[in-house]
Design a protein around this ligand. Structure first.
Ligand code: ZN
Length: 413
C-alpha cells in the first residue's frame, strides 16, 4: 500500500538564514491574508468567487507593486495560494470553518512543493533549499539516524519556539501489515484531556499545564505585555513566551504519540467517536456570569485558558489523525461511531437503558433501571466499543475519508 509519512528535524540555521526564514514566513502570511481578503471581498460585494488560477495569475503584478514579495521563493508563494484553495474547498464541503486571517508570529511556516527544487543529503545530514543553500539538520547518529523511505513529495519549514524545523513528506510503497491479534477497544475522549479505554486500563492522561506552569506563563505574558511595541526587549520576551508554549506542546505531543501507538499496536479494532458530528450538535458554550467569581479572568488566567483551549481544540482531531495512519501501519482497524447517547446509555450486559438521568455527575454513572454504577467515562467507552462491534451505522475511519482527496495532507510522524 502507498503510505505518506512525514519526518521532522530541527534545522541548524546561521543567523542570516534564520532571518531569511522569518522574512519568507512573513511574506507568505502577508500573501495568504491578502488573498483571503480578496476572496472575501469579491464574494461580499460582487457575489463572485476568485479561485486559485486567478490569484496565481496576479502574483506577477503583486511583485511589481510590492517588490519585497519577490524575496520569497516563488514556489512557496504559489503553495500559499494552493493551500488557501484547499482551505476553501474544506469549508465549502463542511469539513472546516471559514479560513481565518493568520496572526503575526503565530504559525510561521512555508512549504516547498516541488522536489526538483531541493536536495537532501542524508549522509551528511543536510538539505539544500532554494535561496537558502545547504542547511544542516539534526538526525540521530549511526543506526539511530532516521532514514527517509520512498520519494520526497514536499518540504515544510516551520518555527516552533526559537527553533526552525523541516518536515519532509515522503510517499513510500510498503507491504500490507500483518493484522494485529488483540482485543477490540472502545476509546472515550474526555474533556479533561483524558483517554478512557473500555478495557478499564488507564485512563491515559494527556498533560496540560500544572498550576506552577500556568503561573509562570502568566508572568512571562505580563512581562511581554509591559514591553514597548517594536522594541528589542519585546522581541526577546516574545521568544521566551513562544519557547515556553513550545515546551508544553512538545510534552503533550510526546504523550499523544505514545497513547496512539499503544492503541494501534495492541488492538485488532479501535473504536472512537466521530467527534465532528458531536461538535456540530453540542449545546452552545455557557456564557460567563458577571456575578460569579472568576468570570472576569485576570490577564494570566485568560492566557492560560487561551492556550489550554488551543491545545484542546487541536487535541482530539490530532489523536484521530494519528490513529488513522498508525492503525494502517500496524494493521489494526479503526472505526468511528456516531457519538449520540454514549454517555447516557447503561453499558451493563442485557440492560442498555438510555436516560439522561443515568449520568448523575460528570464523573459518575448510575443506571436508573438496573442500578449499575460505574465511572461515567468507562461506561461511555464500553458503549462506544459495543457500537463499533455490533449495531448502528459506523464508518471505517481508515477508509475512504483518509484517502479521498487527502493525499497532499501532511502525515507527520
Ligand atoms: Zn442498566
Amino acid at each position: 500500500m502507498q503510505l505518506l509519512k512525514g519526518h521532522r528535524f530541527r534545522l541548524d540555521l546561521a543567523e542570516s538564514q534564520a532571518e531569511f526564514c522569518s522574512r519568507t514566513a512573513g511574506i507568505c502570511r502577508f500573501l495568504r491574508n491578502l488573498a483571503l481578503e480578496q476572496r472575501s471581498m469579491a464574494w461580499k460585494h460582487g457575489k463572485h468567487s476568485v479561485g486559485y488560477n486567478a490569484q496565481a495569475g496576479e502574483l506577477a503584478d503583486l511583485k511589481v507593486l510590492a517588490p519585497w514579495v519577490a524575496e520569497a521563493p516563488h514556489h512557496c508563494l504559489q503553495q500559499v495560494l494552493r493551500d488557501l484553495q484547499v482551505a476553501f474547498q474544506n469549508f465549502f464541503a463542511g469539513r472546516a470553518a471559514y479560513p481565518a486571517f493568520q496572526k503575526k508570529f503565530a504559525h510561521d511556516s512555508f512549504r516547498f512543493p516541488d522536489p526538483k527544487q531541493f536536495q537532501v543529503d542524508e549522509v551528511r545530514q543536510r538539505i539544500k533549499l532554494p535561496k537558502l543553500g545547504w542547511v544542516p539538520y539534526r538526525n540521530g547518529k549511526g543506526r539511530h539516524a532516521l532514514k527517509l523511505q520512498g520519494t520526497i513529495k514536499s518540504i515544510t519549514v516551520s518555527r516552533e519556539g526559537k527553533h526552525w524545523f523541516i518536515s519532509i513528506l515522503c510517499e513510500a510503497e510498503v507491504a500490507e501489515p500483518v493484522p494485529v491479534l488483540g482485543p477490540a477497544v472502545g476509546v472515550d475522549l474526555g474533556v479533561a484531556q483524558t483517554i478512557t479505554l473500555s478495557s478499564g486500563q488507564g485512563p491515559i492522561q494527556i498533560p496540560g499545564m500544572t498550576k506552577a506552569e500556568s503561573c509562570r506563563l502568566a508572568r512571562i505574558q505580563r512581562a511581554f505585555d509591559r514591553k514597548r511595541k517594536g522594541s528589542i526587549n519585546r522581541a526577546k520576551a516574545r521568544t521566551r513566551l513562544a519557547e515556553f508554549q513550545a515546551r508544553i506542546a512538545r510534552r503533550r505531543r510526546d504523550a499523544v504519540h505514545k497513547a496512539t501507538t499503544m492503541l494501534a499496536k495492541s488492538h485488532s479494532l479501535v473504536v472512537i467517536e466521530d467527534l465532528r458530528i458531536k461538535s456540530m450538535t453540542k449545546a452552545p458554550e455557557p456564557k460567563p456570569d458577571p456575578d460569579k467569581e472568576g468570570s472576569f479572568l485576570p490577564n494570566g488566567a485568560a492566557a492560560k485558558a487561551g492556550l489550554n483551549k488551543a491545545i484542546l481544540d487541536k487535541g482530539w482531531g490530532e489523536i484521530r489523525r494519528q490513529l488513522e495512519y498508525k492503525c494502517r501501519w500496524y494493521g489494526s482497524k479503526l472505526v468511528a461511531v456516531p457519538p449520540a447517547y454514549t454517555s447516557q446509555r447503561c453499558s451493563a450486559p442485557g440492560c442498555g437503558h438510555t436516560e439522561e438521568g443515568n449520568r448523575t455527575s460528570q464523573a459518575e454513572f448510575r443506571c436508573l433501571k438496573c442500578g449499575h454504577a460505574e465511572n461515567a467515562d468507562l461506561n461511555a467507552a464500553k458503549n462506544i466499543l459495543s457500537k463499533g462491534t455490533t449495531d448502528g451505522p459506523s464508518v471505517s475511519a481508515c477508509g475512504a475519508r483518509a484517502l479521498a482527496g487527502r493525499r497532499s495532507r501532511k502525515v507527520a510522524a
